[in-house]
Design a protein around this ligand. Structure first.
Ligand code: GRF
Length: 203
């Protein structure tokens, strides 16, 4: 079977990238590792990429006159490595319509809340502040809105009375590390079918 190439855009720690890359390396996800692109020079994800023998690039948004110019450089590299799927694994910038059009239905994001609740940043804190009893995480395709794209997998987590930001975030993160690789695997197996807002998983 034709193997898809999976590349990653990141801004920080890179634990989600690492879990997916491990599962590709082990053969659990049948795909090729592409590249890692960071908008932050100090992103730990860049070091992890080196451990996997992957090429990685820090592309500084400040070196470009605007967002599309920055993204054009990202696209140039993603295309150079024949990327089929872009995984936004803790990428903290909003992608423009220009980038999204280029990779329509081929960018998967991991979000630390049950969308459409708590989009944007600090979702775990938003959940604590709101007082919800259940939160969780979501994988979805990126569209032009902020965390509004078609949902692939969601996983619920109970919020405990004594939860703080760290305990809750770490329980959510554990689930992120489960549903993101599963979503990438399904994509690479050609089993995700998008119809409007709905993503169907073929058996
Ligand atoms: C995760 O909580 C992810 O859901 C959010 O940013 C965080 C990234 O963590 N989008 P890591 O860089 O994957 O460790």
């Amino acid at each position: 079977m034709f193997k898809k190439t999976v590349s990653f855009i990141v801004s920080g720690r890179g634990s989600n990238f690492q879990t997916v890359a491990e599962k590709i390396k082990s053969g659990y996800i049948k795909a090729n590792l592409g590249i890692v692109i960071s908008d932050k020079a100090e992103a730990r994800a860049l070091t992890i990429a080196g451990d996997f023998g992957m090429d990685s690039y820090f592309i500084n948004p400040r070196d470009f006159p605007g967002r599309e110019a920055h993204e054009s450089e990202m696209i140039r590299l993603l295309e150079k490595y024949k990327t089929d799927l872009v995984v936004a694994a803790g990428y903290m910038r909003i992608l423009t319509a220009f980038f999204i059009r280029k990779y329509r239905n081929r960018i998967i994001n991991i979000h630390p809340a049950l969308l459409p609740s708590f989009p944007g940043v600090h979702s775990q804190q938003q959940a604590l502040d709101y007082g919800v009893k259940i939160t969780g995480c979501t994988t979805h395709f990126i569209d032009e809105g902020t965390d509004t794209g078609p949902i692939i997998i969601q996983s619920p987590i109970s919020v405990m009375d004594d939860d703080g930001i760290e305990s809750l975030s770490s329980r959510i993160l554990k689930e992120e590390h489960r549903i993101l690789p599963e979503s990438v695997k399904l994509f690479c197996e050609g089993r995700l079918r998008i119809n409007g807002r709905k993503v169907y998983i073929d058996k």
